[in-house]
Write a protein that binds this ligand. Structure first.
Ligand SMILES: NC(=O)c1ccc[n+]([C@@H]2O[C@H](COP(=O)([O-])OP(=O)(O)OC[C@H]3O[C@@H](n4cnc5c(N)ncnc54)[C@H](O)[C@@H]3O)[C@@H](O)[C@H]2O)c1
Length: 310
């Protein structure tokens, strides 16, 4: 039985566990805070039952079969024993992550793959204290990974291509959709693109061009409709009779003109920025957040089903 160890049993650690057991892997969960790994186990098993009831369970195994693949350890040595792949999911804090990999490397063979879930730290920093860096990578999930399947695989400058291949094959096997970055870069790909969207949306609202509600509709009822199925490159390719080259001949100068008017990075902490936050909070007050999160996850699960069928 192939074993994967999850280090850190918070939101992302639990989600990774669900993903890996759906692919039939044995998963050991470890958390620095005693008792947390066991309570994660309990909550994942409950989630499995709920997913099964709602017909949303991934993989070939039943909820109880998947639940039986899980175990919790309060001892790091026990947790990593026998694992071929370690997915770190601790706080987004460089020193904490470096400490975890330092401890883990002392306990495992040099062929065990060390993978970090970090959203914002580059691999050369996360793995700076690891000796055998050729087995290190970032596997950055999107929340919630069980419903949004993209995983960005980001190499350390010393990462072996066979390690990237193994991680790619593993992610594919468990039903995620991996993409490879050819080199590390601050923000990776997903967040760089997301931040470009955030910057322009924020600017348009803050400059009084459009409301918070309407800028969200631009995405949810406009761009997002096609982006759930085809990306920006294919969108352009399909939007001119002769494809992308033709599209750029027709629209490239206009794109360059508009891009040059974008201006500097918005200040997210000014008085004007506060009015954007107030407008958003007026639309969805804090007490409605958990209901909206539940609605988001239900919609994402329906979308995931639709994508599976097409
Ligand atoms: N939440 C997201 O949307 C999201 C998305 C993609 C990636 N990530 C990344 O995933 C990682 C985990 O995020 P999260 O939202 O699950 O955080 P979280 O706060 O929910 O969970 C972190 C867990 O790590 C444990 N922990 C802390 N230090 C530890 C240590 N030294 N050893 C073992 N366990 C330790 C904590 O007890 C906690 O249970 C972060 O790097 C984050 O950037 C988060």
């Amino acid at each position: 039985m192939k074993i994967i160890t999850i280090i850190g049993s918070g939101l992302i650690g639990r989600s990774w566990a669900l993903v890996f057991i759906s692919g039939g892997f044995s998963v050991k969960i470890y958390d620095a805070q005693p008792g947390l790994a066991s309570s994660a186990l309990h909550s994942i098993r409950q989630q499995l039952e709920q997913l099964q009831q709602r017909n949303m369970l991934r993989g070939e195994l039943s909820a109880s079969q998947q639940g039986a693949l899980l175990s919790a350890c309060d001892d790091l040595k026990q947790a990593v024993e026998g694992a071929f792949f370690i997915q770190e999911c601790v706080f987004e804090d460089l020193a904490v992550k470096q400490g975890v990999f330092l401890d883990v490397e002392r306990l495992v063979g040099s062929d065990v793959i060390l993978s970090s879930s970090t959203s914002c730290l580059v691999p050369s920093n996360v793995f700076s204290k690891v000796q055998h860096k050729s087995r290190c990578l970032v596997a950055h999930p999107v929340n919630p990974p069980y419903l949004v399947k993209l995983v960005e695989l980001v190499p350390h400058p010393e990462t072996c291509s066979s390690v990237m291949d193994t991680a790619h094959a593993l992610m594919t096997q468990v039903g995620q959709v991996p993409v490879r970055l050819h080199r590390e870069l601050d923000g990776f790909a997903l967040n760089r693109i997301q931040m470009a969207v955030i910057a322009e949306s924020w600017r348009l609202v803050q400059d009084g061009v459009i409301s918070v509600k309407d800028v969200d509709l631009v995405m949810s009822e406009g761009l997002g409709m096609r982006y759930a199925f085809i990306g920006p490159m294919e969108t352009m390719h399909l939007n001119a009779p002769q494809g992308l080259g033709d599209y750029m001949q027709r629209y490239g100068p206009g794109i360059q003109r508009v891009l040059s008017s974008f201006g500097p990075t918005p200040d997210f902490f000014s008085d004007q920025a506060q009015s954007v936050i107030t407008e958003m909070s007026g639309l969805i007050p804090p007490e409605q957040l958990s209901a909206r999160i539940e609605r988001r996850d239900q919609l994402l699960s329906q979308l995931a089903q639709l994508k599976k069928d097409h």
